[in-house]
Ligand binder design. Structure first.
Ligand SMILES: [Zn+2]
Length: 314
């Protein structure tokens, strides 16, 4: 049986037999969503999802991480949680979903959240699980387990970025290099660099160059701050990289009425903002969303400069 089919079977089985998961997926049917339109015309959905508080407000400092049992290690997982084996990884259902089908894909070893050694796995998994978009949150860009390497995956058709890419309205082809189409997004309120190719090795090579170029700007970090979305469609890999300049926006730390508790990660970058508190869901505006993106993301112009830099060095 293919991994994709085994994963479908896993989801069905867990929703029958694991009450935490079945309750939370049933709850997802009732979550409120609204939509805001940013300057330039793109849409961002806002989802009120109280179960995601544990993720949005996760304490990811070294001390807090060391003091808790790692929830991605097999020995600490709930007894009801089953998995599908895939190479060095185990495909699990995420019991605190954003998507109607939402996976967590931890490495079998308890090893640091760092993308460089595992980027090829991300492409492989994107192809294997091609009903899903794979995502990677860096240790300071939304990962709530920065000590245990993992991807997540969400069923396609939910994040606005997928259709926004297909439309061609925002992603501008800058260059085709070594068989990889390289796009810069314009008028989208956040800097994104997109690679598209049928050739995984060619994308891996360009990604390595991008990783290096970004890291020189943030040499003090364990890796350049970033989120990544990867999917496979029409026999091509599509990889969106969101270089980040800040972990959490100012409004996360504000007090009283000024506070909006949002800790942006890949799904927010993909156009679905997750608000765990009702008051934030109620008040968040298009201006707030744009301001948060502006604070945490590299700009479109900076992304274009990075593309030009890696192509010249290529
Ligand atoms: Zn672990």
């Amino acid at each position: 049986m293919s991994t994709s089919l085994k994963t479908k079977t896993l989801i069905e089985g867990q929703l029958r037999n694991w009450s935490l998961a079945s309750n939370n997926y049933a709850g997802l049917q009732k979550v409120k969503t609204k939509s805001v339109v940013l300057a330039g015309g793109s849409e961002v959905k806002v989802q009120f999802n109280p179960e995601r508080m544990r993720s949005s407000a996760a304490k990811v400092d070294t001390k807090s991480i060391q003091e808790r049992p790692c929830f991605l290690c097999e020995k600490n997982r709930p007894a009801e949680q089953e998995g599908v084996d895939y190479g060095d990884y185990t495909v699990l259902i995420n019991p605190f979903p954003i998507f109607t089908e939402h996976l967590t894909i931890p490495h079998k070893e308890h090893t640091l959240q760092l993308i460089a050694p595992y980027f090829p796995s991300m492409l492989e998994l994107a192809k294997e699980l091609n009903d899903f978009t794979l995502f990677y949150n860096g240790p300071k860009c939304g990962a709530s387990a920065p000590d245990h390497f993992h991807f997540q995956a969400g069923i396609k058709g939910f994040m606005p970025i997928e259709e926004d890419f297909r439309s061609g309205d925002y992603a501008k082809l800058i260059v085709t290099s070594g068989g990889v189409d390289v796009f810069n997004w314009q008028g989208y309120n956040r800097g994104i660099i997109t690679f598209r190719s049928a050739n995984a090795a060619a994308i891996e090579q360009l990604f390595a160059q991008l990783h290096k170029a970004l890291w020189t700007k943030q040499a003090e970090e364990v890796e350049p701050m970033l989120n990544i979305l990867a999917g496979y469609e029409e026999e091509q890999y599509v990889v969106h990289v969101f270089p980040r300049i800040l972990h959490r926006p100012a409004c996360y730390f504000a007090e009283g009425d000024e506070q909006i508790l949002i800790s942006p990660a890949s799904v927010d970058m993909g156009g679905v903002f997750i608000t765990p508190r009702p008051e934030d869901f109620g008040k968040i505006s298009a201006e707030d969303v744009a301001e948060i993106l502006k604070q945490v993301c590299m700009s479109e112009e900076q992304c274009l400069a990075v593309i030009n830099q890696i192509i010249e060095q290529g």
